[in-house]
Write a protein that binds this ligand. Sequence first.
Ligand code: KG4
Ligand code: ZN
Length: 347
Amino acid sequence: MSSGQRILGFESSCDETGVALVEVAGDAPPRLLAQALHSQISMHQAYGGVVPELASRDHVRRVLPLAREVLSQARLSLRDVDLIAYTQGPGLAGALLVGAGVAVSLAAALDVPTLPIHHLEGHLLSPFLSIDPPEFPFVALLVSGGHTQLMRVDDVGSYEMLGETIDDAAGEAFDKSAKLLGLPYPGGPHLARMAEFGNPEAFALPRPLLHSGRPDFSFAGLKTAVLTQVKKIGDSPCEQTKADLAASTQAAIVEVLVKKSLLALKATGLKRLVVAGGVGANARLREQLNAACEKRSVRVHYPELSLCTDNGAMIAMAAALRVQRGLTPPGEGGGFAVRPRWELGAA
Ligand code: KG4
Ligand code: ZN
C-alpha cells in the first residue's frame, strides 16, 4: 500500500481526450503512473478545423474506455483513486462538459473530492513531467492553438501576465498559414515539416510588433501577408516555392516568439524559461530559443515532445502540484461548472 494520494486527471477541452493517473506523496516530485490519449485530429481533418459538436460526442465515446485503460496500465482500480482532477476551462463548452461531468460523477460515486484545473496551468506545469523539471521562479512562454502569452511564474498558482497576443495566437498563425498552403488541419506540424526543405529568407514577411518594446504579440497581419504571397505564386506553385513560403512563415513567427521571450527575461531579470503548449514542439523554435538563451546563460525547459499538445498527464500533474501546496478549493456542493473563457490568474 502506498501512503500517497492518487489523482485521476481528465482533459477534454478541445480535440484530445486525455486521462492520466499521478501519485503524490509528501514533498517528493509527483509520479506519473499511467496515461492514455485519443486524438480526434483525423476526424476533424475533413472539415479543416475542429467541429465542436463532433468533438463533444467523441469525448463521450472515448473518456471511460481511456480511464479503464489508464487504471489497467497502473494495475489499479477506481477504488485506489483519492482525487479526481479535470480541465474546467478554457475551451469548447460542450467538450469541457464531458470531462467535467464524468469527473464529478465518478467523484460522487467514489466519495472523493474533485479538483478543477485551468487548461493553461496544465500546459505551464507540463515540464514537471520531464526528468529535468524547472525550479521556480521562471518566465513561461505559452504557445498553443488558442493562446500566446508570456508569464512570470513564482510558484504554482502565482502567475503574472507579462504580455499576450492582441489577436491571433501563434498556433493559429501556423494553422491559418498552413491552410492557405493547402496543408491539412492542424497545420502547425505539417507546415513545420514542409519548412525543412525551404529557404526562410525567400519571402519577406512582416514580424508584427517586433519592435514594440513590450512582450506583446500580433499575428493576424502575418496571415494576411501569407495570403497575398499565396495569391502571387498562383494556383500551381512548385513544391520548392511552397516550402520556401512555409519556411519564411515559420521564421517570422519564431523570430517574434524568441525576441519577446528575451524581452520578458530581461524585464524580470529571471534566468529560466519554460516553453509550453503545442507550438513548443516546433523544432526551429527550440533551436533558436536554445541558441539565444545559451548566449545569455538562461536555462530553457520544455515538456517532452509528446506532452506539448493537450493531454491528461498535465492536468493530473497540475492537480498534484496544487495538492502538495494545499491549493485545493473548497468542495463544490455536488454541482459543477465549466469556464469556456477563463483568464489564468483570475479568481
Ligand atoms: O496546446 P495545443 O495542443 O492546443 C491548444 O490548447 O490550443 O496546441 C495546438 C497547436 C496547433 O495550433 C498546432 O498546429 C500547433 O499547436 N503545433 C505546432 C507544432 N505542433 C503542434 N505548431 C508548429 N510546429 C509544430 N511542430
Ligand atoms: Zn492546450
